[in-house]
Design a binder for this molecule. Structure first.
Ligand code: CTP
Length: 449
């Protein structure tokens, strides 16, 4: 055991204006929301609220028919700005300038977008204020269709949507479900929260992405080692930390292969909307081992966050075990040490692990760092209040292979994930140019997420 106390580096308490950290809200973003005449227009109120709550400045434009579904006053109150509908204000004759709206916006979001408006947009028709705003907008455009399923799947609508895609408009696919007509199918406007997540993902992509082009493996959650069809050995891991890391890395532009065991969380809507996290379920240590070995060669690095069982039952009974003796011994076998195996074959890849300790924390973590061939290990101690399994916060220390250490204060897991991503980013940057992950040329290719 190496006794050298890791040289302490300055605490990383500062908030780096890195891409992902800056993009967790819509602070300072300017959004024009176009609302058209669909029953889903009532959801525009919730959408405006969600966008404003995240810090965006929102201006709403409505089509004349949209007024039948939701009062302009509601949207004006929520957006804190008057809502123009006509080309000019009938009371004072003031011109409502579509050009200045289009110039002001960082994003024009049309939600809900009816089949009629989509058709007019595709054809370049400009017979209302919203459509003229669309035609004169210089900013990107996002469209959330809302209509009945037959209208949605009609070739004319699909052709029009393709025409919008062809000019770079983003389409937020409608959801499946019960429609206002009573029919069930695809056509229902995506929920406001999900649309807001698409908006966040859009701005996140537009921001600088330090990990763009990188493929990273993240393991998360606890493994499940079966005794029989109804019983298993597991641990308290919830997957919160691993999911937060996967989401943070994806927000910085990486393609993430998330291999997870048993978890009690799901991916954020933003990560889902980014399409950059590919989630694979691997419940047992064996399955996780197989999945990681298949994935790691295609990656530039990995963060092993899963709580992998060190032992699994020698046998899994095909039927429910019946009780018999007063005492019963269970025979267990060692599972493969995934991190150690990847560490031994990592070449020029960057590999990080976790150590959750209850005692002799630094010493234990340093041993794991060395034995598993890691570049750094993230230590959390169960002795620290608010740290470890299940909490929304964590208090971590990072021990690097070069013998340096950084201690971080207790913070939300997503912020701790950003600290870990900073360290990973620095390691990857150090390796850049040195050689490909295998110590040779470029990363192994041919596998797309
Ligand atoms: N790990 C792994 N495969 C295993 C066990 C652990 O990949 N079979 C990884 C974990 O994901 C973590 C690191 O190794 O990144 C340390 O896990 P931990 O359980 O703390 O270490 P162990 O080597 O199992 O040591 P201990 O004897 O303390 O359980």
């Amino acid at each position: 055991m190496r006794r050298t106390p890791f040289r302490k580096r300055k605490s990383f308490n500062r908030r780096r204006p890195s891409a992902a950290r800056a993009v967790m809200t819509l602070e300072g973003k300017r959004i024009v929301l176009g609302v058209t005449g669909s029953i889903a227009a009532y959801k525009a109120a919730i959408l405006v609220r969600a966008l404003v709550k995240e810090g965006a400045a929102v201006r709403v434009v409505m089509t004349p028919l949209a007024k039948q579904f939701i009062a302009p006053l509601t949207l004006a109150t929520l957006s804190r700005h008057p809502v123009p509908v006509e080309f000019f204000n009938p009371e004072n004759g003031e011109w409502n300038s579509h050009v200045s709206l289009g110039e002001w916006a960082d994003l024009l979001l049309i939600a809900p977008a009816t089949a009629n408006t989509i058709a007019k947009m595709a054809a370049g028709v400009a017979d209302n204020l919203l459509l003229t705003t669309y035609l004169s907008a210089k900013c990107p455009v996002m469209v959330a269709p809302a209509m009945d399923l037959d209208m949605y799947r009609h070739p004319a609508t699909q052709r029009n949507l393709d025409a919008l895609r062809a000019v770079g408009n983003r389409i937020v696919e409608p959801g499946d479900g019960e429609l206002a007509s009573g029919l069930v199918g695809k056509g229902r406007m995506e929920e406001p929260e999900a649309i807001a997540a698409h908006v966040r993902a859009f701005f996140a992509e537009a921001a600088p992405q330090p990990l763009a082009g990188k493929r990273l493996l993240v393991t998360a959650g606890g493994t499940v080692e079966r005794l029989d069809p109804v019983r298993y050995i597991t641990n308290d891991s919830t997957g919160k930390m691993g999911f937060a890391i996967a989401e943070e890395l994806a927000a910085r532009g990486a393609e993430v292969a998330l291999i997870r065991g048993k978890v009690s969380v799901s991916l954020s809507a933003e990560a889902k909307a980014s399409g950059r996290v590919r989630e694979t379920v691997a419940l047992s240590a064996e399955e996780m081992h197989r999945a990681c070995l298949a994935e790691f060669p295609h990656c530039d690095g990995g963060v092993m966050c899963a709580a992998v069982a060190d032992y699994a039952p020698v046998e899994t009974a095909p039927r429910k075990l019946k009780k018999q003796e007063e005492r019963w011994s269970l025979e267990l076998r060692r599972t493969p040490d995934i991190a150690a195996e990847l560490g031994a074959a990592k070449g020029n890849r960057v590999l990080a692990g976790f150590a959750l300790e209850t005692d002799r924390e630094l010493e234990n973590a340093a041993g794991k760092l060395r034995r598993k061939g890691l570049d750094f290990i993230v230590l959390n101690s169960l002795r620290d209040a608010g740290a470890g399994f299940g909490f929304d916060t964590n208090k971590i220390s990072v021990l690097r292979a070069d013998g340096t250490r950084t201690d971080y204060p207790l913070k939300p897991k997503r912020e701790a994930a950003a600290d870990i991503a900073d360290v990973l980013e620095a390691c990857l940057a150090q390796r850049q140019g040195a050689a490909g992950p295998d110590g040779a040329a470029a990363p192994e290719d041919g596998k797309k997420h």
